[in-house]
Design a protein around this ligand. Structure first.
Ligand code: SF4
Length: 379
């Protein structure tokens, strides 16, 4: 993959186009098909996506800012392999500033940011990774936001300057979108999301890290329609965050049937039963993990046997933990009691034979369906 990536890095735009022509057409169409499916578009959109990517008259300028974070979202972004997400990104975008990827450092980097903003004023996409510390450190010389300074400026100053002059602001990851781990109790640095720190509305590709398929699909949407996709009340694009994990989970049939993993490594775990009892937060989490998966569609937590920890939701470190205990405030009234009852019932059913098992399962399935209907009504 690195060899492939290196074909593009440092090449002049014209040479990049030539290199892009070398990319296997079939992979490219597969990539466009994946993006169309992610955006919820019909197959007839695939040629239009291909055309938008190939014929983008002017590559949208991107200024990628790092604030208080672990760089996991940049890692996710640059480690996507072909069907050439990263190669296409290098080619369809003009990434004019990215502290982790660019060669410049020190004053040259500051100059690169100044130039990128000046040359693309009001037209660039600001991609933000990380939260903004707002608090004042203790001591006689502390100033608000001093917990994060880059090139002499606080994170607050940089975020307001860069986001305030952007055509659109896209937050990648939970930290930029909602504050992330550093914004959790007791939050000594006073970390907040980009939109709270700047007052600028943001499109939030949340997750820890975000899924690169979703950020790429958002950019393609921008290229295709000239606008950002529709978002939910938390600023997350509906194509990626419109459904609960619980509603698209491949283990859902086991939840409905009352078949739960009681502890990791048990028979239920081997049979890939529902992970609710070992802490899965899928019933309260909105994300398209089950359809796009991570690492180029290789897997995702629930497929790997680990419950969802709710990483695309605001304050998930506080609200969703302990991660290995059942949801404390689950919106499904009675599920906890019912789940226990079902568990006991299944033990009895196993002892008395398959017919009894089926009867109990059906009875409890009805109960779960009613409960879920109540839950849907609440939303
Ligand atoms: S509780 Fe978790 S594992 Fe079980 S069906 Fe819902 S999302 Fe899937």
């Amino acid at each position: 993959m690195c060899e492939t990536r290196n074909r593009f890095v440092g090449l002049e735009p014209k040479k990049r186009v030539e290199a892009l022509e070398d990319i296997d057409r079939r992979d490219f169409i597969l990539f466009c098909t994946t993006i169309a499916a992610t955006l919820g578009l019909e197959a007839s959109w695939v040629p239009k996506i291909a055309e938008a990517v190939e014929r983008a008259a002017r590559k949208p300028s991107v200024i990628w800012m790092h604030f208080a974070e672990c760089t996991g979202d940049s890692e996710a972004f640059i480690r996507s392999s072909y069907p050439s997400t990263e190669e296409l990104i290098l080619d369809i975008l003009s990434i004019d500033y990215h502290e982790t990827l660019m060669a410049a450092s020190g004053e040259a980097a500051e100059e690169a940011l100044r130039l990128a903003m000046e040359e693309n004023d009001g037209k660039y996409i600001a991609v933000c990774e990380g939260a903004i510390p707002m608090a004042t450190p203790p001591g006689p010389n502390g100033k608000p936001g001093d917990y994060l300074r880059v090139g002499g400026k606080t994170g607050i100053e940089l975020a307001r300057e860069v986001c305030g002059r952007a055509a659109a602001v896209m937050c990648v990851g939970n930290c930029a979108s909602f504050g992330g781990v550093q914004a959790q109790y007791p939050n000594p640095t006073g970390a907040v999301s980009i939109s709270k720190a700047t007052g600028v509305p943001t499109l939030n590709i949340s997750g820890c890290p975000h899924n690169v398929v979703n950020s790429v699909a958002t950019i393609i949407n921008f290229l295709l329609l000239g606008s950002l996709p529709k978002a939910d009340k938390l600023g997350r694009p509906l194509f990626a965050y419109g459904k609960r994990i619980h509603d698209t989970c491949p283990r859902r049939a086991h939840f409905d049937a009352g078949q739960f993993v009681e502890e990791f490594g048990d028979e239920g775990a081997k049979d890939q039963w529902c992970l609710y009892k070992v802490g899965c937060k899928g019933p309260q989490t909105y994300h398209n993990c089950s359809s796009v998966e991570y690492n180029d569609g290789t897997s995702w937590p629930i497929k790997g046997g680990h419950g969802c920890i709710g990483c695309s939701e605001p304050q998930f470190w506080d609200n969703m933990s302990p991660f290995y205990e059942r949801l404390p405030n689950i919106k499904l009234p009675g599920v906890e009691a019912t789940a226990d009852k079902v568990g006991l019932t299944l033990v009895g059913a196993a002892a008395t034979g398959a017919a009894a098992h089926a009867t109990y399962t059906l009875l409890n399935r009805k109960k779960f369906d009613e409960t879920l209907k109540d839950d849907e009504g609440e939303e």
